[in-house]
Design a protein around this ligand. Structure first.
Ligand SMILES: [Zn+2]
Length: 381
C-alpha cells in the first residue's frame, strides 16, 4: 500500500497543475482531477465533481461505510505554485530517499497518501465508524475558493484532516492573516517647486515608521504557545511617476499574521482605527484597503479528531505531540466557518514548499499513508 502511494505521487507530480493565478503557463487542476477521478473509479470509490470555477472542479471521493450521519473528511489541494526556477519540476526524481518535483510536499504527497488510504479502507469498510470523504480541492494556493465551495455542500463532517507538509506532526494550531493596503494621497507639482505640492511618499514614510516602530513591537506580547507571536510585515511599496514630479500617490501592502484567539475582523477594524487616528494627527490623507482576512486555526485539544490522531500516531510509533505552525491552511476555514474540528497532517516540510528544491521523504509518504488509514479506523464521531 505504501509503495502504491509513492508511485501515485510520481504520477501526480508529472501532471502540471499550477494555479492559474501564477501566470500564462499554468494549466490548472482539470488534467490532474481527471487522472485522480479515473484512479479512484478504478479502485471502486464513488467520485463526484463540484464545479468551483470555469474548468476547475473539486473532486469529491466517497467511501460509504454505513455511517452517513458522520463524515470524516480528508482534504488536500490539487493546485501548486508556479514551476519557478525548479530544474525539471515535472519529472519526479528519487535520490537519497527523497522524491523531487513540484508539488512533492505541497501537497501532492499528502494527496497521494490520502487517496491510497481510501483505497485501503475500501477493502475493509466495516472497520470504519464514519463515512470517509476526500475532497481534492482547487485554488488553495490563491484564494481557497475550492474549499469554500466545498463548505456549501454542508456535509455532516465530524472531523477533518487537511493534508499539508507538517513533517508528520499533528498540527492543531496555526496563524491566520489580515492583509491590507494603505494608500496615501498628495498633490503633484514640478519637482523644482516641491513646496507647491504635497509628497505622498514622504507621508507614507511616516506610516511605515508608525507600523514598524509602534505597531510591530507591541505584537510580541500577542502570543500563542504553539504558534509564537503575532507579526506584521510591509511587503511592497509603490509610489511616484517620475523623478521630476512630486508624487501624488503611494501604496504599501501589509501582511499582519494573527494568532489563535485573534479575530481577523476585529484585528482589521483595530488597524483601520489606529491608522486613521494616526493620519488625522499627522495631517496625512490616507485610506486603508482590505485585501484578505483569514482565520487562525485553534482546534480544541480534546476534539475527537485530535484524540484519534494521537492514538493512530502512537500505534505507529510516530510523534504524538500537538504542534503549531506559522503558515495558514484550509483547516482554519473548516474550523472557523463551520466549527469542524480539524488538524493538519502530512509528509514533507514547509521549508521545501514553494521552493526551487521541492522534495519529500519517500519514507514519510509511506508513513503518512499508514497514518491516514489508522486514523480513519480510530476515528469516532
Ligand atoms: Zn499547500
Amino acid at each position: 500500500m505504501s509503495r502504491r502511494a509513492v508511485e501515485l505521487l510520481e504520477k501526480l507530480i508529472a501532471i502540471q497543475s499550477v494555479n492559474p493565478h501564477y501566470g500564462e503557463e499554468a494549466q490548472g487542476e482539470m488534467a490532474i482531477s481527471r487522472f485522480i477521478e479515473a484512479y479512484c473509479l478504478q479502485a471502486g470509490l464513488r467520485v463526484t465533481r463540484q464545479q468551483v470555477l470555469d474548468g476547475r472542479d473539486n473532486l469529491i471521493v466517497e467511501l460509504r461505510s454505513g455511517h452517513p450521519e458522520s463524515v470524516l473528511l480528508f482534504e488536500a489541494h490539487m493546485d501548486t505554485v508556479s514551476l519557478g526556477s525548479m530544474p525539471r519540476p515535472l519529472e519526479p526524481v528519487r535520490r537519497d530517499g527523497k522524491l523531487y518535483g513540484r508539488g512533492a510536499c505541497d501537497t501532492k504527497g499528502s494527496l497521494a497518501a490520502m487517496i491510497v488510504a481510501l483505497e485501503e479502507c475500501a477493502a475493509e469498510p466495516e472497520r470504519l465508524s464514519s463515512d470517509l470523504v476526500l475532497c481534492a480541492s482547487v485554488d488553495e494556493e490563491h484564494a481557497f475558493r475550492g474549499l469554500l465551495k466545498f463548505l456549501e455542500l454542508d456535509l455532516p463532517v465530524a472531523g477533518a484532516v487537511v493534508g499539508e507538509p507538517t513533517e508528520m506532526k499533528i498540527v492543531v494550531a496555526h496563524k491566520g492573516c489580515v492583509r491590507f493596503a494603505v494608500h496615501t494621497f498628495g498633490r503633484a507639482a514640478h519637482s523644482s517647486v516641491p513646496h507647491e505640492g504635497e509628497n505622498a511618499i514622504v507621508a507614507m514614510a511616516e506610516i511605515v515608521r508608525h507600523i514598524s516602530e509602534r505597531m510591530a513591537p507591541g505584537l510580541a506580547d500577542i502570543r500563542d504557545p504553539l504558534c509564537g507571536a503575532a507579526t506584521v510585515s510591509i511587503g511592497t511599496i509603490q509610489g511616484g511617476e517620475q523623478i521630476n514630479i512630486v508624487p501624488e500617490r503611494c501604496t504599501i501592502r501589509v501582511d499582519r499574521r494573527i494568532v489563535p484567539g485573534e479575530d481577523p475582523e476585529e484585528v482589521m477594524a483595530g488597524i483601520e482605527r489606529e491608522l486613521e487616528a494616526f493620519c488625522a494627527g499627522q495631517g496625512i490623507r490616507a485610506e486603508v484597503e482590505r485585501l484578505l482576512l483569514d482565520y487562525a486555526l485553534a482546534t480544541p485539544h480534546d476534539a475527537g479528531i485530535v484524540g484519534a490522531a494521537r492514538a493512530a500516531a502512537e500505534r505507529l510509533g510516530l510523534p504524538g505531540g500537538l504542534y503549531g505552525e506559522t503558515y495558514g491552511s484550509d483547516a482554519s476555514k473548516l474550523q472557523g466557518i463551520k466549527g469542524i474540528p480539524s488538524i493538519v497532517y502530512g509528509p514533507g516540510s514547509i521549508d521545501q514548499a514553494h521552493s526551487p528544491e521541492e522534495w519529500v521523504l519517500v519514507s514519510e509518504v509511506e508513513e503518512a499513508t499508514r497514518f491516514y488509514v489508522e486514523l480513519a479506523r480510530s476515528f469516532r464521531a
